[in-house]
Design a protein around this ligand. Structure first.
Ligand code: GTP
Ligand code: MG
Length: 195
């Protein structure tokens, strides 16, 4: 898939601000600081498209990105970041719940997990949530560059077991640092968006 155009569209705090439902959308979820923004920059090949930060919890709205006027990627606030005030946390989950529940053009979820670690409870919750709504999931195991060779298979197995991974979903080994897995990710996205 060739990226001819990748641009930030808008950030939305309320559903009234969401763009129209004319194009397929893929939503990205993952723990705070797992590498969601880096993922966007890597798969679009546009550095700085999404803000990468060393302080977790920076993304606070639904951020819509337009890819080739064909597909939209939607970045959501990372979960599992303790320092976010409780009130704000409730607003986040309400916003994401509303989006997952009601968005007609939502084709898939990209669940980004850290390849090095066993998924946390909130990763499992997010995966279950997508399954509950019948949303196909692409599990992207990122920071692959930080693993030793002999950990690749072992950790994939651990991640799948912990999530109770549905074999009809996708699993992609990914690294923003090494730009690994980009092609596989687009193959999955296109397949799910064409359905
Ligand atoms: P929030 O928006 O705060 O929830 O974070 P995020 O999930 O968008 O993470 P972000 O992309 O900002 O990356 C967090 C940190 O992880 C940064 O320091 C990145 O440089 C680093 N990082 C992201 N992807 C990779 C990767 O594939 N490999 C390595 N080694 N580091 C990565
Ligand atoms: Mg981010």
């Amino acid at each position: 898939y060739t990226i001819k155009k990748a641009e930030f569209m808008l950030c939305a705090a309320w559903s009234s601000q969401w763009p129209d439902e004319s194009l397929p959308e893929v939503v990205m979820a993952g723990r705070s600081n797992v590498g969601k923004s880096s993922f966007i920059n890597t798969v679009t090949n546009v550095q700085g498209l999404a803000k990468v930060s060393s302080t977790p919890g920076k993304t606070r709205t639904l951020n819509f990105f337009n890819i080739n006027d064909e597909i939209r990627l939607v970045d959501v606030p990372g979960y599992g970041y303790a320092k976010v005030p409780k009130k704000m946390l409730e607003q986040f989950s309400e916003m994401i719940d509303n989006y997952l529940r009601n968005r007609k053009n939502l084709k898939a979820m990209i669940l980004i997990v850290d390849y090095r670690h066993k998924p946390k409870d909130d990763d499992v919750t997010m995966y279950d949530y997508a399954k509950h709504f019948g949303i196909p999931v692409i599990v992207v195991a990122t920071k692959e560059d930080k693993l030793k060779r002999n950990e690749l298979v072992k950790n994939e197995k651990l991640i799948k077991e912990t999530l109770d991974f549905d074999p009809s979903d996708h699993f992609v080994r990914f690294s923003s640092l090494k730009k690994k897995g980009v092609r596989e990710v687009w193959d999955c996205i296109l397949e799910l968006c064409e359905e």
